[in-house]
Design a protein around this ligand. Sequence first.
Ligand code: SAM
Ligand code: SF4
Length: 341
Amino acid sequence: MTDEIALSNGQTMTDPFGRDITYLRVSVTDRCDFRCTYCMSEHMTFLPKKELLTLEELDRLCTIFIDKGVRKLRLTGGEPLVRKNIMHLVEQLGRHLKTGVLEELTLTTNGSQLTKYARDLANHGVRRINVSLDTLDAGKFREITRWGDLARVLDGIKAAQDAGLKIKINAVALKDFNDAELPEMLRWAHGQGMDMTVIETMPMGEIEEDRTDRYLPLSMLRANLSKQFTLEDIPYKTGGPARYVEVKETGGRLGFITPMTHNFCESCNRVRLTCTGTLYMCLGQDDAADLRGPLRASEGNELVSVAIDEAIGRKPKGHDFIIDRRTRRPSVSRHMSVTGG
Ligand code: SAM
Ligand code: SF4
């Protein structure tokens, strides 16, 4: 209960560049039931289960972050909904929504398990979710996810809508794969009352293919979309890095996440926690802090709190992602599934 009281003390974590850290993304598992080609290699070696924080430990860590000023929490992965008993964690974290100290609990999912969990998510206080979907063509969907089934994801989206969840569709823009289809996807998403965001591929982790072949600068995509749609910049913000436009013809919103072409780091308000309790202060840098050690070393939260403060004190100014034809190496060696999107 003392934790809950501390929440209302209005604590904030501020990094050396004056940015308040109010947003925590938690990768609850590195495992996934898909193998998207830009994200993972087909034969991934996942962490031994004993390395993982328990759901209780994840709850304790998240609660400490909320005590320290986090107001928005996103569960991600790997695929968050394949973690065993994940609804228990969602329910536990939902108590912070009830007290009002946490403003938003949300998740990013591939949608494969939504028919099973959409209603529980809504019952535990989740209001909005992001569903990653790169194509509406069943064959191409299988190709890009390797193991995914489009019909199942579309059923999941329907279940989430029926449960009253607001959905944003996230699509990675992939040259010569889905760029021609994105206008149609946009009409589909907006036609169903869903916002959409497009993302540039980021050079994270070794995969089988060469990312430079697929990299599509969103400035080019935007120029192409402008031939069919009227895009008007709007100040809409969801706490994440997307910059939004309103699409006049559909009345919906389209977000652009442009880590490669536009450095959005100046307004970064987030840090990322992995399922082993490692805190990454930046998606695009390797520096990290171990929180599992201090968490397990004491029943009190003081050691963790100090470790978090030290980590935030080293949050870098920004990332330096490059997709480079000469090096062909990922800028960051870990896969996106370690720290989540
Ligand atoms: N499995 C869940 C999903 O797919 O939504 C959550 C984790 S996934 C790593 C989060 C997001 O990261 C997805 O939207 C995915 O498309 C995106 N992503 C994965 N690898 C990426 C990469 N190398 N560059 C850009 N986005 C990537
Ligand atoms: Fe799994 Fe998401 Fe990565 Fe696809 S993008 S392999 S669904 S973690």
